[in-house]
Write a protein that binds this ligand. Structure first.
Ligand SMILES: [Zn+2]
Length: 588
């Protein structure tokens, strides 16, 4: 295919064709009809249910799930295009309202799956596919934590205008922040994403000013934002108590199908390996001519010239690297561009960051970028396309088991970044450029393994402290202690970083999410090690891990590939790979 030359907008017509209002009306009507037919079958759900009848009802449920996801995706993707667009906000609200209603009316099904007698579960499980067996197992694992139907309905209804609405406000408030930065004598007004580009600015004074400006804005709004976080943590805590979870993190662990002890082991191994990155920060200080790095300089560029990448060239580079690893993977990634499912240009009001949205096994995923031509943007493109390829490899599964579980959700994306780096390293003979590439890989590993693990370590403490009525000041102090534990004496830590925790959207939207990044990347390092040893033979094994999607427990999928994630040595293996890279850097 011909790679697109310029970053543009995506096409959402595969979700709702133009004119959208008319399509939406038809889709909502269809959903309503399906839901009504589904509800009419409710009385058939007894322990005496005929197997064939049950699987007919299940197919119905899959179809409603798929339709709901398409509508929900349209609302989210359209709103992401411009978060200040009132029409998009209104449309998304209408869709979400309809989906909440539909969800409440179909809720009885998943409740029945949890409630049915064990013999019934065994009988249905034996008659179904492997996908269905794991789906049923996953549904029933929440059994000890599920409330009565009316209580679940009340929580759903109240969340829509309660905690979910509060998270929406957080996003609206923080998307509206603007930042002022002086660069080369010019005063610029920037969005957070644009500001974030200056973390990597060659001038140390600009990097310092960037962080100072970011936390000036967050500090100014800290009372409001800390209050929202306080509500988030209390709500999480209260619901966790109602549902009998041992610790606040246990809900996430169960959702991830990871035992608490695996997560504790992962976080502890991360904590013990801070020394590796501290060594790297000392090395980096020397390269950029500083006695000691400041926290501002973690992502300082090593290259004197900040190379820019035209969009078309970046697309080609990413697709080529995928194809070099596996032509099948390259082909899947190319399909995302061919379908016009990429929104890459930067625009005012557009949501920040990047993501991939896999909607349905039957649809090519959508990829959202804010492409501004930095080397980092090329890596992000590879990352998000890795997600898309992962989703596409799972197209054979049901909408209920299609999505990879969180612990494996970052496997393909991070692996894709490594493939890109590997390709660039192979083409490069200049030791200075090789150093830059290796260092960029370590920078990334810091950001996505180590930093994310310490985020979760902080959240564990923050949720405990808030439930004990801690002040905002105490939370800031705890955050600073967390950073000191991470950095030791390897760098200078200035005081405004006490506000960093209130600026992390994940803490609000998806508590305890971030360790999944650590899990994902350390896993990838271990897998990559395997690839280097096995070569081609590794590829089918790797594709098999990916193509499981959410149809089997992560522990089992990985065990089959020969990894024991209960063992600290397994995680240490990931850090050993990083250690080797740092040793190689020290020798350059
Ligand atoms: Zn990702």
């Amino acid at each position: 295919m011909l790679a697109p030359l310029t970053a543009g907008r995506w096409d959402l017509q595969d979700l709702l064709a133009e004119p959208v209002e008319a399509s939406l009306e038809v889709a909502l009507h269809e959903l309503e009809t399906e839901v009504a037919a589904f509800v009419a079958q409710r009385d058939l759900l007894t322990d005496a249910i005929d197997t064939a009848v049950f699987f007919d009802i299940l197919r119905h449920y899959e179809s409603i799930t798929d339709q709901s996801r398409r509508l929900s995706a349209y609302g989210d993707l359209y709103f992401s295009e411009d978060t200040q667009n009132g029409a998009a906000l209104n449309l998304r609200d209408r869709i979400n309202k309809a989906l909440t209603r539909a969800n409440n009316r179909t809720l009885f099904f998943s409740l029945w799956l949890k409630e049915m007698a064990e013999e019934t579960a065994v009988r249905l499980s034996a008659a179904g596919t492997d996908d269905f067996r794991y789906f049923l197992e996953s549904e029933r694992k929440f059994k000890p934590h599920t409330l009565s139907e009316s209580e679940e309905q009340i929580i759903n209804l109240k969340d829509a205008n309660g905690i979910d609405a509060m998270m929406n406000l957080y996003e609206m408030i923080t998307s509206g922040f603007s930042y002022t930065l002086e660069v080369d004598g010019e005063t610029k007004t920037l969005s957070r994403d644009q500001l974030a580009g200056y973390y990597r600015h060659p001038d140390p004074a600009v990097r310092a000013a960037t962080y100072q400006e970011l936390y000036r804005v967050y500090a100014e709004n800290s009372t409001l934002l800390a209050q929202i976080y306080n509500h988030r943590a209390h709500d999480w805590h209260n619901e966790g108590d109602l549902r009998h979870f041992a610790q606040p993190i246990s809900f996430r662990n169960l959702a991830n199908d990871l035992p608490d002890d695996v997560v504790d082991t992962l976080l502890e191994v991360c904590r013990q390996n801070s020394g590796i990155f501290q060594r790297y920060f000392e090395l980096k200080a020397g390269w950029i001519g500083m006695d000691k790095l400041r926290r501002y300089d973690i992502y300082a560029p090593l290259a004197a010239a900040d190379k820019e990448f035209a969009y078309g060239a970046a697309v080609e580079m990413v697709l080529d690297s995928f194809t070099g690893f596996s032509p099948a993977i390259g082909e899947l990634a190319a399909r995302v561009f061919a379908a016009d499912h990429v929104d890459a240009e930067t625009r005012p009001g557009k949501r920040g960051g990047a993501f991939c949205y896999g909607v349905s096994p039957a649809l090519t995923p959508w990829v959202f970028l804010n492409y501004s031509g930095q080397a980092r943007d090329v890596a992000v493109m590879a990352h998000e396309l890795g997600h898309a390829v992962h989703d596409m490899l799972c197209a054979g599964h049901s909408p209920l088991t299609y999505h990879p579980p969180l612990p494996l959700a970052e496997t393909a994306s991070v692996f894709a970044e490594m493939i890109l780096t590997d390709r660039l390293l192979k083409e490069e003979n200049d030791p200075a450029v090789r150093r830059d590439l290796l260092a960029a890989a370590i920078d990334d590993a810091y950001a996505s393994v180590h930093r994310q693990a310490f985020f979760t370590i902080f959240e564990r403490e923050a949720h405990r402290l808030i439930s004990e009525g801690a002040t905002v000041d105490a939370l800031c102090e705890t955050y600073m202690a967390n950073l000191r534990d991470q950095f030791g004496d390897s760098l200078e830590l200035s005081d405004e970083f006490r506000w960093e925790w209130i600026s992390i959207p994940h803490f609000y939207n998806v508590p305890f999410y971030t360790y999944a990044y650590s899990f994902g990347q350390l896993l990838v390092l271990a897998l990559y090690h395997q690839y280097q040893r096995e070569g081609e033979d590794f590829i089918p094994r790797y594709l098999k891990i990916l193509s499981y999607g959410g149809s089997e427990a992560p522990v089992k999928v990985l065990e089959e590939a020969g990894f024991d994630i209960h063992a600290p040595q397994f995680w240490q293996g990931g850090y050993d790979v990083l250690q080797e890279m740092i040793t190689a850097l020290e020798a350059l």
